[in-house]
Design a protein around this ligand. Structure first.
Ligand code: AMP
Length: 181
């Protein structure tokens, strides 16, 4: 399925994303993307549009962020004919891993990848569903660089522009299909 313009694709997908106020806690307006996943046309449109900028670039691996980044990242890796690397929460990966801890508004989070996930110099595309404050994406980029990889770009289905996450990862190319200002 080829869409004539990515802005038409973006409009269709934006309309279908569902807001869940006060989830998982009061004050958070959660962007529910399961409405995209369950609609075969929208899911295919999202993946086809997200891979479009990378079709002619060399990408060795897609790195997807736990957990919704696995859904988009897995489909993108298949589409780009490259490998997939899961960046997981602590205690989930079976083999020896490296980790990066990052601050949240309250407390902190950690994400991990296997220490042999890829060889030095490989080109990695980082994927997640939502760019919010940018802490998670920034930690994923740090993990890639710790192993000597090169971050091709960071790509998201949704960017919450008002949280200015883009500023935290401004040193990389950033792509987002839908932006909420
Ligand atoms: P951040 O590190 O603040 O950029 O948060 C990004 C991570 O948290 C992503 O893995 C998202 O899945 C999730 N996330 C943060 N805010 C939201 C939101 N409003 N709706 C859905 N997911 C969110």
């Amino acid at each position: 399925m080829i869409e004539a313009s990515s802005s038409a694709a973006s409009d269709r997908i934006k309309k279908a994303i569902r807001d869940i106020p006060d989830f998982p806690k009061p004050g958070i307006n959660f962007k529910d993307i399961t409405t995209i996943l369950s609609d075969l046309n929208l899911f295919r449109l999202a993946i086809n549009t997200m891979v479009e900028p990378f079709g002619k670039k060399k990408v060795d691996y897609v790195l997807g962020i736990d957990a919704r980044g696995f859904i988009f990242g897995g489909a993108m890796a298949y589409n780009l004919a490259c490998g997939f690397i899961p960046a997981r929460k602590p205690g989930k990966l079976p083999y020896r891993s490296i980790s990066v801890q990052y601050d949240l508004e309250y407390g902190s989070n950690t994400i991990c990848i296997h220490e042999d996930a890829f060889a030095r110099g490989k080109r990695i595309l980082i994927v997640d569903d939502v760019l919010a404050t940018g802490g998670t994406a920034n930690a994923a980029a740090e993990l890639v660089e710790k192993l000597g990889g090169e971050v091709v770009a960071l790509t998201f289905l949704v960017e919450l522009g008002f949280l200015k996450g883009r500023e935290k990862v401004h040193r990389y190319p950033i792509h987002s299909l839908v932006t909420f200002d």
